[in-house]
Design a protein around this ligand. Structure first.
Ligand SMILES: Cc1cc2nc3c(=O)[nH]c(=O)nc-3n(C[C@H](O)[C@H](O)[C@H](O)COP(=O)(O)OP(=O)(O)OC[C@H]3O[C@@H](n4cnc5c(N)ncnc54)[C@H](O)[C@@H]3O)c2cc1C
Length: 367
Protein backbone atom coordinates (compact mmCIF):
# COMPACT_ATOMS: atom_id res chain seq x y z
CA UNK A 1 0.00 0.00 0.00
CA UNK A 2 1.41 3.35 -1.03
CA UNK A 3 1.02 6.78 0.52
CA UNK A 4 2.84 10.11 0.65
CA UNK A 5 3.56 9.72 4.36
CA UNK A 6 3.85 6.74 6.70
CA UNK A 7 3.50 7.48 10.42
CA UNK A 8 4.58 4.77 12.86
CA UNK A 9 2.79 4.96 16.22
CA UNK A 10 -0.75 6.13 17.02
CA UNK A 11 -0.11 7.88 20.31
CA UNK A 12 -0.50 11.63 20.58
CA UNK A 13 2.78 12.31 18.71
CA UNK A 14 1.80 10.20 15.70
CA UNK A 15 -1.86 11.30 15.71
CA UNK A 16 -1.04 15.03 15.82
CA UNK A 17 1.56 14.66 13.06
CA UNK A 18 -0.84 12.58 10.94
CA UNK A 19 -3.59 15.18 11.47
CA UNK A 20 -1.35 17.88 10.02
CA UNK A 21 0.29 15.76 7.30
CA UNK A 22 -3.13 14.68 6.01
CA UNK A 23 -3.55 18.31 4.85
CA UNK A 24 -0.54 17.77 2.55
CA UNK A 25 -1.10 14.28 1.13
CA UNK A 26 -2.13 10.68 1.71
CA UNK A 27 -1.18 9.38 5.15
CA UNK A 28 -1.05 5.81 6.45
CA UNK A 29 -0.56 5.41 10.20
CA UNK A 30 0.68 2.08 11.56
CA UNK A 31 0.02 1.05 15.17
CA UNK A 32 1.18 -2.21 16.75
CA UNK A 33 -1.55 -2.32 19.41
CA UNK A 34 -5.23 -2.96 18.70
CA UNK A 35 -6.17 0.57 19.74
CA UNK A 36 -4.50 3.99 19.49
CA UNK A 37 -3.30 5.65 22.69
CA UNK A 38 -2.83 2.37 24.57
CA UNK A 39 0.65 3.21 25.88
CA UNK A 40 1.90 6.52 27.33
CA UNK A 41 -0.82 8.72 25.83
CA UNK A 42 -3.53 6.81 27.68
CA UNK A 43 -1.69 7.00 31.01
CA UNK A 44 -0.95 10.68 31.63
CA UNK A 45 -1.93 13.05 34.43
CA UNK A 46 -3.69 15.23 31.83
CA UNK A 47 -2.31 18.56 33.03
CA UNK A 48 -1.53 21.60 30.86
CA UNK A 49 0.99 23.89 32.54
CA UNK A 50 3.19 26.58 31.05
CA UNK A 51 5.77 26.19 33.82
CA UNK A 52 6.95 22.65 33.05
CA UNK A 53 10.05 21.60 31.15
CA UNK A 54 12.88 23.60 29.59
CA UNK A 55 12.51 26.80 27.54
CA UNK A 56 11.75 24.98 24.25
CA UNK A 57 9.13 22.78 25.92
CA UNK A 58 7.51 25.82 27.51
CA UNK A 59 7.50 27.61 24.15
CA UNK A 60 5.81 24.60 22.48
CA UNK A 61 3.25 24.57 25.30
CA UNK A 62 2.50 28.28 24.89
CA UNK A 63 2.17 27.73 21.14
CA UNK A 64 -0.38 24.94 21.77
CA UNK A 65 -2.67 26.85 24.12
CA UNK A 66 -4.71 28.58 21.40
CA UNK A 67 -5.55 25.30 19.63
CA UNK A 68 -6.52 23.54 22.86
CA UNK A 69 -8.61 26.52 24.02
CA UNK A 70 -10.40 26.94 20.69
CA UNK A 71 -9.94 23.83 18.51
CA UNK A 72 -11.03 23.84 14.87
CA UNK A 73 -14.71 23.28 14.10
CA UNK A 74 -15.72 19.65 14.46
CA UNK A 75 -12.59 18.67 16.37
CA UNK A 76 -14.40 17.87 19.61
CA UNK A 77 -17.96 18.11 20.89
CA UNK A 78 -16.73 19.09 24.37
CA UNK A 79 -14.04 21.52 25.63
CA UNK A 80 -10.48 20.18 25.64
CA UNK A 81 -9.38 22.27 28.65
CA UNK A 82 -10.94 22.90 32.06
CA UNK A 83 -9.62 25.09 34.91
CA UNK A 84 -7.37 23.38 37.45
CA UNK A 85 -4.50 25.56 38.73
CA UNK A 86 -1.19 24.38 40.18
CA UNK A 87 -0.15 25.05 43.75
CA UNK A 88 3.59 24.57 44.31
CA UNK A 89 4.79 24.45 47.90
CA UNK A 90 8.20 24.32 49.57
CA UNK A 91 9.50 23.50 53.03
CA UNK A 92 11.58 26.06 54.95
CA UNK A 93 14.89 24.51 53.83
CA UNK A 94 13.86 24.64 50.14
CA UNK A 95 13.62 28.41 49.91
CA UNK A 96 16.46 28.72 47.40
CA UNK A 97 14.75 26.32 44.99
CA UNK A 98 11.42 28.06 45.58
CA UNK A 99 12.87 31.50 44.83
CA UNK A 100 14.53 30.18 41.67
CA UNK A 101 11.24 28.72 40.41
CA UNK A 102 9.42 31.94 41.19
CA UNK A 103 12.01 33.94 39.26
CA UNK A 104 11.96 31.58 36.27
CA UNK A 105 8.16 31.30 35.96
CA UNK A 106 7.47 34.87 37.14
CA UNK A 107 4.84 35.85 34.59
CA UNK A 108 2.79 32.66 35.05
CA UNK A 109 2.85 32.22 38.83
CA UNK A 110 2.49 34.45 41.86
CA UNK A 111 3.62 33.88 45.40
CA UNK A 112 0.79 33.41 47.86
CA UNK A 113 0.76 33.28 51.66
CA UNK A 114 0.13 30.03 53.46
CA UNK A 115 -3.37 31.02 54.49
CA UNK A 116 -4.34 31.44 50.85
CA UNK A 117 -2.50 28.22 49.94
CA UNK A 118 -4.45 26.28 52.57
CA UNK A 119 -7.71 27.84 51.37
CA UNK A 120 -6.96 26.60 47.84
CA UNK A 121 -5.76 23.19 49.03
CA UNK A 122 -7.04 22.41 52.55
CA UNK A 123 -4.94 19.25 53.14
CA UNK A 124 -1.66 21.19 52.85
CA UNK A 125 0.42 20.44 55.97
CA UNK A 126 1.41 23.90 57.20
CA UNK A 127 3.92 22.38 59.59
CA UNK A 128 5.89 21.24 56.51
CA UNK A 129 5.03 23.73 53.76
CA UNK A 130 6.28 27.29 54.37
CA UNK A 131 6.24 28.87 50.90
CA UNK A 132 3.80 28.57 48.02
CA UNK A 133 3.17 29.90 44.56
CA UNK A 134 0.15 29.46 42.34
CA UNK A 135 -0.31 29.10 38.58
CA UNK A 136 -3.95 30.01 38.06
CA UNK A 137 -3.96 29.33 34.30
CA UNK A 138 -2.92 25.67 34.49
CA UNK A 139 -5.66 23.46 33.05
CA UNK A 140 -6.91 19.90 33.00
CA UNK A 141 -6.88 18.38 29.52
CA UNK A 142 -9.37 15.90 28.07
CA UNK A 143 -6.68 13.64 26.60
CA UNK A 144 -9.15 11.20 25.06
CA UNK A 145 -10.96 14.03 23.24
CA UNK A 146 -7.65 15.49 22.00
CA UNK A 147 -6.43 12.15 20.64
CA UNK A 148 -9.80 11.32 19.07
CA UNK A 149 -10.00 14.82 17.55
CA UNK A 150 -6.66 14.36 15.80
CA UNK A 151 -7.66 10.89 14.57
CA UNK A 152 -11.08 12.04 13.39
CA UNK A 153 -9.59 14.95 11.42
CA UNK A 154 -6.93 12.69 9.91
CA UNK A 155 -9.54 10.15 8.80
CA UNK A 156 -11.84 12.87 7.43
CA UNK A 157 -9.02 13.86 5.03
CA UNK A 158 -8.61 10.28 3.83
CA UNK A 159 -5.98 9.12 6.34
CA UNK A 160 -5.97 5.41 7.12
CA UNK A 161 -5.00 3.86 10.46
CA UNK A 162 -3.91 0.22 10.54
CA UNK A 163 -3.83 -1.32 14.04
CA UNK A 164 -2.32 -4.63 15.15
CA UNK A 165 0.57 -4.14 12.71
CA UNK A 166 3.78 -6.15 13.31
CA UNK A 167 6.69 -4.52 11.50
CA UNK A 168 9.38 -7.01 10.49
CA UNK A 169 11.68 -4.77 8.41
CA UNK A 170 12.00 -1.21 7.20
CA UNK A 171 13.96 -0.55 4.00
CA UNK A 172 15.13 2.85 2.76
CA UNK A 173 12.75 4.47 0.39
CA UNK A 174 10.69 3.79 2.72
CA UNK A 175 9.20 0.32 2.61
CA UNK A 176 7.70 -1.14 5.77
CA UNK A 177 7.35 -4.91 5.66
CA UNK A 178 4.55 -6.00 7.99
CA UNK A 179 4.10 -9.67 7.08
CA UNK A 180 1.37 -10.01 4.46
CA UNK A 181 1.42 -6.30 3.63
CA UNK A 182 4.12 -3.85 2.61
CA UNK A 183 3.51 -0.14 3.17
CA UNK A 184 5.55 2.36 1.16
CA UNK A 185 6.02 6.13 1.14
CA UNK A 186 8.92 8.51 0.42
CA UNK A 187 8.52 10.02 3.91
CA UNK A 188 8.34 8.04 7.16
CA UNK A 189 7.62 9.65 10.54
CA UNK A 190 8.88 7.70 13.54
CA UNK A 191 6.43 8.45 16.37
CA UNK A 192 6.84 5.14 18.19
CA UNK A 193 7.10 6.59 21.70
CA UNK A 194 9.31 4.46 23.95
CA UNK A 195 10.07 2.22 20.94
CA UNK A 196 11.32 5.01 18.67
CA UNK A 197 14.96 3.90 18.88
CA UNK A 198 13.85 0.31 18.13
CA UNK A 199 12.07 1.51 14.99
CA UNK A 200 15.21 3.41 13.97
CA UNK A 201 17.26 0.23 14.39
CA UNK A 202 14.78 -1.69 12.19
CA UNK A 203 15.39 0.97 9.54
CA UNK A 204 19.18 1.04 9.96
CA UNK A 205 19.00 4.68 11.08
CA UNK A 206 21.24 6.03 13.91
CA UNK A 207 19.43 6.06 17.24
CA UNK A 208 18.95 9.15 19.46
CA UNK A 209 19.75 7.71 22.91
CA UNK A 210 16.14 7.63 24.01
CA UNK A 211 15.58 6.59 27.66
CA UNK A 212 12.03 5.56 28.63
CA UNK A 213 11.37 6.31 32.32
CA UNK A 214 8.54 4.74 34.29
CA UNK A 215 6.14 6.98 36.17
CA UNK A 216 3.50 5.60 38.55
CA UNK A 217 0.00 6.87 39.29
CA UNK A 218 -2.58 5.82 41.88
CA UNK A 219 -6.14 6.90 42.52
CA UNK A 220 -7.86 6.88 45.90
CA UNK A 221 -11.04 8.05 47.59
CA UNK A 222 -10.97 11.62 48.93
CA UNK A 223 -11.67 12.38 52.61
CA UNK A 224 -15.36 11.94 53.41
CA UNK A 225 -17.30 15.14 52.76
CA UNK A 226 -14.36 17.00 51.19
CA UNK A 227 -15.32 19.18 48.23
CA UNK A 228 -12.31 18.36 46.11
CA UNK A 229 -13.43 19.45 42.64
CA UNK A 230 -11.92 22.93 42.89
CA UNK A 231 -8.64 21.83 44.48
CA UNK A 232 -5.61 22.59 42.31
CA UNK A 233 -2.89 20.10 41.48
CA UNK A 234 -0.56 20.35 44.50
CA UNK A 235 3.13 19.60 44.02
CA UNK A 236 6.30 20.20 46.00
CA UNK A 237 8.96 22.44 44.49
CA UNK A 238 11.34 19.49 43.90
CA UNK A 239 8.65 17.48 42.04
CA UNK A 240 8.81 14.46 44.35
CA UNK A 241 5.05 14.04 44.72
CA UNK A 242 1.83 15.48 43.32
CA UNK A 243 -1.90 15.07 43.83
CA UNK A 244 -4.93 16.40 41.95
CA UNK A 245 -8.67 15.76 41.74
CA UNK A 246 -9.78 13.48 38.91
CA UNK A 247 -13.45 12.65 38.33
CA UNK A 248 -14.40 12.63 42.02
CA UNK A 249 -11.27 10.85 43.21
CA UNK A 250 -7.70 11.93 43.95
CA UNK A 251 -4.87 11.07 41.57
CA UNK A 252 -1.34 10.99 43.00
CA UNK A 253 2.16 10.17 41.80
CA UNK A 254 5.57 9.90 43.45
CA UNK A 255 6.89 11.54 40.26
CA UNK A 256 9.21 8.55 39.78
CA UNK A 257 11.56 8.42 36.80
CA UNK A 258 12.89 4.86 36.76
CA UNK A 259 14.72 3.96 33.51
CA UNK A 260 13.00 1.05 31.77
CA UNK A 261 13.22 -0.86 28.51
CA UNK A 262 10.29 -0.08 26.20
CA UNK A 263 7.45 -2.23 27.54
CA UNK A 264 3.82 -2.27 28.68
CA UNK A 265 4.75 -0.53 31.96
CA UNK A 266 3.13 -1.76 35.17
CA UNK A 267 3.13 -0.09 38.61
CA UNK A 268 5.55 -1.47 41.21
CA UNK A 269 4.38 -1.88 44.83
CA UNK A 270 7.43 0.09 46.00
CA UNK A 271 6.44 3.17 43.95
CA UNK A 272 2.83 3.03 45.17
CA UNK A 273 4.11 2.89 48.78
CA UNK A 274 6.50 5.76 48.05
CA UNK A 275 3.67 7.91 46.70
CA UNK A 276 1.56 7.26 49.79
CA UNK A 277 4.48 7.95 52.13
CA UNK A 278 5.41 11.24 50.43
CA UNK A 279 1.79 12.36 50.19
CA UNK A 280 1.18 11.69 53.87
CA UNK A 281 4.36 13.61 54.72
CA UNK A 282 3.46 16.85 52.92
CA UNK A 283 -0.31 16.79 53.32
CA UNK A 284 -2.83 15.72 55.94
CA UNK A 285 -4.39 13.29 53.43
CA UNK A 286 -4.73 9.67 54.52
CA UNK A 287 -4.67 7.20 51.65
CA UNK A 288 -7.15 4.42 52.29
CA UNK A 289 -8.18 2.06 49.53
CA UNK A 290 -6.29 2.53 46.25
CA UNK A 291 -9.00 2.31 43.59
CA UNK A 292 -6.77 2.31 40.50
CA UNK A 293 -3.07 2.26 39.75
CA UNK A 294 -1.05 2.35 36.57
CA UNK A 295 2.33 3.29 35.16
CA UNK A 296 3.52 4.75 31.88
CA UNK A 297 6.83 5.47 30.18
CA UNK A 298 7.96 9.06 29.69
CA UNK A 299 10.75 8.95 27.10
CA UNK A 300 13.58 11.48 27.08
CA UNK A 301 16.76 12.21 25.17
CA UNK A 302 19.78 13.70 26.95
CA UNK A 303 18.66 17.35 26.87
CA UNK A 304 14.99 16.53 27.61
CA UNK A 305 13.84 18.39 24.49
CA UNK A 306 11.76 16.60 21.89
CA UNK A 307 13.24 15.33 18.65
CA UNK A 308 11.74 16.43 15.34
CA UNK A 309 13.42 16.61 11.97
CA UNK A 310 15.14 14.46 9.37
CA UNK A 311 17.56 11.78 10.55
CA UNK A 312 21.14 12.56 9.45
CA UNK A 313 22.07 10.40 6.46
CA UNK A 314 18.56 8.96 6.07
CA UNK A 315 16.60 11.15 3.60
CA UNK A 316 12.86 10.97 4.23
CA UNK A 317 13.15 9.44 7.73
CA UNK A 318 11.75 11.96 10.25
CA UNK A 319 11.63 11.80 14.05
CA UNK A 320 8.69 12.73 16.29
CA UNK A 321 10.00 11.35 19.58
CA UNK A 322 11.26 12.18 23.07
CA UNK A 323 7.89 13.64 24.15
CA UNK A 324 8.86 13.18 27.81
CA UNK A 325 6.33 14.36 30.38
CA UNK A 326 4.73 17.01 28.16
CA UNK A 327 3.67 15.27 24.95
CA UNK A 328 -0.04 15.98 25.30
CA UNK A 329 0.15 19.67 26.16
CA UNK A 330 2.59 20.33 23.31
CA UNK A 331 0.86 18.12 20.72
CA UNK A 332 -0.89 20.80 18.64
CA UNK A 333 2.36 22.70 18.08
CA UNK A 334 4.48 19.57 17.70
CA UNK A 335 2.11 18.11 15.10
CA UNK A 336 2.54 21.28 13.02
CA UNK A 337 6.32 21.34 13.54
CA UNK A 338 6.75 17.70 12.51
CA UNK A 339 4.54 18.17 9.44
CA UNK A 340 6.36 21.35 8.40
CA UNK A 341 9.81 19.76 8.68
CA UNK A 342 8.68 16.55 6.96
CA UNK A 343 7.45 18.58 3.96
CA UNK A 344 10.54 20.75 3.68
CA UNK A 345 8.99 23.87 5.20
CA UNK A 346 10.15 26.14 8.00
CA UNK A 347 8.66 25.95 11.49
CA UNK A 348 5.36 27.93 11.38
CA UNK A 349 5.98 31.59 12.26
CA UNK A 350 3.63 31.70 15.27
CA UNK A 351 5.49 28.75 16.83
CA UNK A 352 8.93 30.15 15.96
CA UNK A 353 7.84 33.47 17.51
CA UNK A 354 7.35 31.68 20.83
CA UNK A 355 11.02 30.65 20.73
CA UNK A 356 10.99 27.24 19.02
CA UNK A 357 13.87 26.62 16.58
CA UNK A 358 14.50 23.71 14.23
CA UNK A 359 18.04 23.46 15.68
CA UNK A 360 16.72 22.82 19.21
CA UNK A 361 14.65 19.87 17.95
CA UNK A 362 17.07 18.57 15.29
CA UNK A 363 18.13 14.91 15.75
CA UNK A 364 21.61 15.91 14.50
CA UNK A 365 22.23 17.66 17.85
CA UNK A 366 22.29 14.24 19.53
CA UNK A 367 25.12 12.72 17.48
C1 LIG B 1 2.19 9.16 34.57
C2 LIG B 1 2.36 10.11 33.41
C3 LIG B 1 1.89 11.41 33.55
C4 LIG B 1 1.98 12.30 32.47
N1 LIG B 1 1.40 13.52 32.60
C5 LIG B 1 1.39 14.37 31.53
C6 LIG B 1 0.71 15.60 31.63
O1 LIG B 1 0.13 15.92 32.66
N2 LIG B 1 0.74 16.44 30.53
C7 LIG B 1 1.36 16.08 29.37
O2 LIG B 1 1.35 16.84 28.41
N3 LIG B 1 2.02 14.89 29.27
C8 LIG B 1 2.04 14.04 30.33
N4 LIG B 1 2.67 12.84 30.22
C9 LIG B 1 3.48 12.58 29.03
C10 LIG B 1 2.65 12.16 27.82
O3 LIG B 1 1.72 11.19 28.20
C11 LIG B 1 3.62 11.64 26.74
O4 LIG B 1 4.59 12.64 26.45
C12 LIG B 1 2.92 11.29 25.44
O5 LIG B 1 1.77 10.51 25.68
C13 LIG B 1 3.86 10.52 24.51
O6 LIG B 1 3.14 10.24 23.34
P1 LIG B 1 3.78 9.35 22.19
O7 LIG B 1 2.80 9.36 21.09
O8 LIG B 1 5.17 9.79 21.95
O9 LIG B 1 3.90 7.89 22.84
P2 LIG B 1 2.82 6.72 22.98
O10 LIG B 1 1.52 7.23 23.46
O11 LIG B 1 3.45 5.64 23.80
O12 LIG B 1 2.60 6.25 21.49
C14 LIG B 1 3.57 5.53 20.77
C15 LIG B 1 2.83 4.47 19.98
O13 LIG B 1 3.74 3.84 19.10
C16 LIG B 1 3.34 2.49 18.99
N5 LIG B 1 4.47 1.69 18.50
C17 LIG B 1 5.65 1.46 19.09
N6 LIG B 1 6.42 0.67 18.33
C18 LIG B 1 5.71 0.40 17.22
C19 LIG B 1 5.95 -0.37 16.05
N7 LIG B 1 7.11 -1.04 15.87
N8 LIG B 1 4.99 -0.45 15.11
C20 LIG B 1 3.82 0.21 15.27
N9 LIG B 1 3.53 0.96 16.36
C21 LIG B 1 4.46 1.05 17.31
C22 LIG B 1 2.96 2.13 20.41
O14 LIG B 1 2.16 0.96 20.48
C23 LIG B 1 2.25 3.39 20.87
O15 LIG B 1 0.85 3.32 20.66
C24 LIG B 1 2.59 11.91 31.26
C25 LIG B 1 3.08 10.61 31.14
C26 LIG B 1 2.95 9.70 32.19
C27 LIG B 1 3.43 8.30 32.01
Amino acid sequence: MDADFLVIGAGIAGASAAFELSKQGRVIMLEREDQPGYHTTGRSAALFTETYGNATIRALTRASRGFLSAPPDGFSASPLLAPRGVLTYAAADRHTAFAAALAEYGEHVREIDMQRAAALFPPLDRAVARYAHYEADAMDMDVHAILQGFLKGFRARGGVLHTGVRIARIAPGWKVDAGATTFAAPVLVNAAGAWADEVARLAGVPTIGLVPKRRTVLMFEPPAGARIDAWPLAIDVDETCYVKPDAGRLLASPADETPSPPTDAQPEDYDIALAIDRLQHCTTLKVGRVTHKWAGLRSFVADKTMVAGEAPGAPGFFWAAGQGGYGIQTSPAMGRVVAALATGRAIPADIADQGVSAAALDPARLR
